[in-house]
Design a protein. Structure first.
Length: 167
């Protein structure tokens, strides 16, 4: 399987590949992209609010952290794709655990983003509150996806003779 990098993936191509019969990219990568979109929506709300209050250091720091979350989520997508590809090749418990580790890192990032979103409510302008609503919904989607994948991989390892994992 060729190396797939989310960072250099064209959005249309990513969506086309995600909807194809190929197993990569899968829902883990999609969940990570939902997380990146969540952080990006919140960063947009912060950026627009900073246009009206450029001296707000707390909001500047929050935006920098949100942009770092975008990068971390994209890296998490790449890591999920790589580890899931290895799992598909090896079908081993160790490979399944490796994917779970990547998904747990993404869940921790969801938690960190959720904390950051809670602190943004009083900082951003009312006109961009919809971006925070979108960020929360996308973060919740990412949480649901990663949690489901963790449960699926934890209970369907080849050593337990379960049916194959389809994501």
């Amino acid at each position: 399987m060729p190396h797939i990098s989310t960072r250099h993936y064209d959005l249309e191509a990513f969506l086309r590949d995600l909807s194809s019969e190929d197993r990569l990219p899968g829902s883990g990568a999609a969940g990570a992209i939902a997380l990146a979109l969540a952080a990006a929506c919140a960063a947009k709300a912060a950026a627009i609010s900073l246009k009206h209050a450029p001296e707000n250091e707390e909001l500047q720091q929050a935006r920098a952290k949100l942009l770092a979350y975008v990068d971390a989520a994209i890296e998490g997508s790449d890591e999920d794709i790589e580890r899931f590809a290895r799992f598909l090749r090896q079908r081993s418990e160790a490979a399944a655990r490796s994917v779970v580790v990547a998904d747990l890192k993404l869940l921790a990032l969801v938690d960190a983003l959720t904390e950051s979103l809670a602190r943004l409510d009083d900082q951003v302008r009312q006109s961009v509150s919809g971006d925070l609503v979108a960020a929360r919904a996308l973060a919740q989607a990412a949480r649901t996806i990663q949690t489901e994948n963790i449960e699926e991989l934890s209970s369907n390892t080849p050593e337990k003779k379960a049916p194959p994992v389809f994501r």
